[in-house]
Design a protein around this ligand. Sequence first.
Ligand code: 13P
Ligand code: SF4
Length: 324
Amino acid sequence: MIENIEQEKLKNEELISRINQLKVQKNAVLLAHYYQVPEIQDIADYVGDSLGLSQKAASSKANLIVFAGVHFMAETAKILSPQTKVVLPDLEAGCSLADSCPREDFDVFKSKYPDHIVISYINCSADIKTLSDVICTSGNAVQIVESFPKDQKIIFAPDKNLGGYINRITGRNMVLWDGTCEVHDVLSTEAIVNLKLDNPDAKLIAHPECKATVLELADFVGSTTAMLNFTKKDNAKRYIVATETGILHQMRKVSPEKEFLIVPTDETCACNDCPYMKLNTLEKLYLCLKNEQPEITLSEEVIRQAEVSIRRMLDISKKLNLIK
Ligand code: 13P
Ligand code: SF4
């Protein structure tokens, strides 16, 4: 057993050293989402939420972007940096939320509301981005929606939990596409209530992809970066974290004196691990950097159309000082 752990450690050290060499040789940048395994987060040039990652991709001067995240994130990087080769360690790293909104079905849905604009959460395919007027992330969704007049009719896709949350706090009545994230939507309200009862001093922080019943109980709701920043600045000592487990790595690094509790799931699954995010491993990362495969490719037409809605989001976010 100990021998196995040692061997694994040596293998990881070797992979990390090769990844670092290849990064320099190829002038590659490694962008990682907070839900990646800790060893990938630790060697990334930048770790962040969807908003931060899209900004990094837009300003990248690298010859190669290695995206340690899921498919829609790597597609967004390609749209914002079309001249750059973008690779993803595992092409199967998708997203249940993005998959819940196929282009053909969304086209039909959209045609029922001809006087509505479309605001789409960044967790959607490039195709859906081409059908959207503006994109948002969980880091700017409320402000993007509020940047439109109160009487503006809006379709919000694909996450009904995030859309419902925005409707509640802004008093709007956006039409919602019926999609959810399979990780956040199953976090159990009952398990959270029990955890709160057992740990009355712990604050509940939640990602807005969680169900309304969970969000109503939360002391703080925000994107992964916002949750991380909250735990940094807030004075509580313990937190119940209602999101994917990967973020705990940064929370523990930034506030080693604090305790972070994950929401228990049943014995049959590690339901609060995103199965798509966790497909990426150090080994796949090394191979993808070495072989520059699998590559993200999109037609020029899709890039041109999808870029408009993403750039609009970045412009609004800059104007509102949400990003630099
Ligand atoms: P963030 O934008 O908060 O990082 O969320 C991305 C995501 O996929 C959440 O499930
Ligand atoms: Fe998609 Fe949910 Fe995984 Fe985020 S956590 S990538 S929304 S399936």
